[in-house]
Design a binder for this molecule. Structure first.
Ligand code: NAD
Length: 355
């Protein structure tokens, strides 16, 4: 029997509720595929600050580095918004990603046929959308120095080295090779020097992948094209801030932010988490949609453990559950035969896991 150690960081708000459901589904996957998962919990975010005074205790980084993969919920909430930047839960998360070296954030956006009505876009625009945003995660303007806020002015710096662009571009091309073989690199090369280097480097990397088509798009146009015709995209390759914004925009194509997973890879250990935050407005009510986190567990199996059959089994179980009409409250208006709680949704998906 294969066995894996998963570091679990539940975090704040709905984090514990949704991670518990992902673990429930992983345990069922373990039974069906004869895999032994062991879990060790670590603190991060507001709960870590409350208990230790630090949103990212050293023990959490060490535990993650000694695991096979990290399953992550979400961090943050109003309670900690007043804290100094260094102590905020979100700063802990940025430090964590840097410590693990996870420079590539993969955000797949797939529209379930059963939920096309949930999108704010017309059904014929969204039905069949299947794209992947590959976002650079540890560089760009969120990390660039110098940065400063004064009373009457403030500045940040957008900086990328050629090597940083090259390594994220390679990941996008590798992924495209296993998909529909199209990479659209999104930048602002008509205005920003950093984007000009981005574009040149993407062109260089493209030469190593002759079977993959590379196109370029300015970020303003890309934000429009995502709404106008999302099916034109296969893999979108972009930097940190553009990817942050575009992937949230792309999430709305699917109808609910509670559906979309992510993987942060490229470093020593992969981190798998839903793209949404800690949803303090619904925390503790048992109504959060756990599908994004369960789907993140499927990405963990695929990208960190190379358990491809088990990963696909989770994808199939989610699709079947939605097909059978089970919906959490956020999707209740769209084809619901039964509106279920967070834990009921986890139960049904776990039950639907099959070889
Ligand atoms: P959010 O994603 O937490 O919530 C936005 C809206 O979506 C809310 O109405 C929420 O109820 C709803 N929502 C989110 N996830 C849902 C789910 N699984 N099921 C049903 N509804 C869901 O974004 P926000 O309100 O801007 O941020 C709340 C906190 O989360 C902030 O402190 C923010 O910094 C933090 N945050 C953390 C992460 C992370 O941990 N990676 C990411 C984004 C935001």
């Amino acid at each position: 029997m294969k066995s894996y150690n998963i570091a679990v960081i539940k975090g704040d708000g709905i984090g514990p509720e949704i991670v518990d459901e992902a673990i429930k589904v992983l345990d069922r996957v373990g039974e069906v595929f004869d895999i032994d998962f062991s879990y060790k919990e670590y603190l991060m975010g507001g709960c870590a600050y409350d208990e230790t005074g630090d949103p990212l205790p050293n023990e959490t980084v060490e535990g993650a580095l000694n695991s096979d993969a990290v399953l992550f919920g979400s961090i943050g909430g109003y309670k900690w918004d007043h804290l100094h930047r260094d102590l905020k839960p979100e700063t802990g998360l940025l430090r964590f990603r840097t410590a693990l070296g996870v420079f590539a954030n993969l955000r797949p956006v797939k529209v379930y046929h059963e939920l096309t009505g949930a999108s704010h876009l017309k059904e014929e625009i969204v039905d069949g959308v299947d794209l992947m945003v590959v976002r650079e995660l540890t560089g760009g303007i969120y990390f660039g120095k110098p940065r400063e806020k004064r009373e009457d002015m403030a500045y940040n710096t957008m900086v990328y080295t050629k090597e940083e662009i090259r390594r994220i571009a390679k990941i996008a091309f590798e992924i495209a090779q296993k998909r529909r073989k199209k990479v659209c690199s999104v930048d602002k090369a008509n205005v920003l020097e950093v984007s000009q280097l981005w574009r040149e480097t993407a062109e260089e990397v493209a030469k190593e992948y002759p079977e993959v088509e590379l196109t370029h798009m300015y970020v303003d146009n890309a934000s429009m094209q995502l709404i106008l015709d999302p099916k034109q995209f296969d893999v979108i390759l972009t930097g940190n801030i553009f990817g942050d914004i575009l992937s949230d925009e792309a999430s709305m194509i699917s109808g609910s932010i509670g559906l979309l997973p992510s993987a942060s890879i490229g470093g020593k250990i992969g981190v798998y988490e839903p793209i949404h935050g800690s949803a303090p407005d619904i925390a503790g009510q048992g109504i959060a949609n756990p599908i994004a986190t369960i789907s993140s567990a499927a990405m963990l199996l695929k990208y960190s453990l190379n358990e491809l059959d088990a990963s696909l089994a989770i994808d199939r179980a989610i699709a079947k559950t939605l097909h059978d009409g089970y919906r959490t409250a956020d999707m209740a208006k769209y084809g619901a035969k039964k509106v279920c709680s967070t834990s009921e949704m986890g139960d049904i998906i776990a039950k639907n896991i099959e070889k």
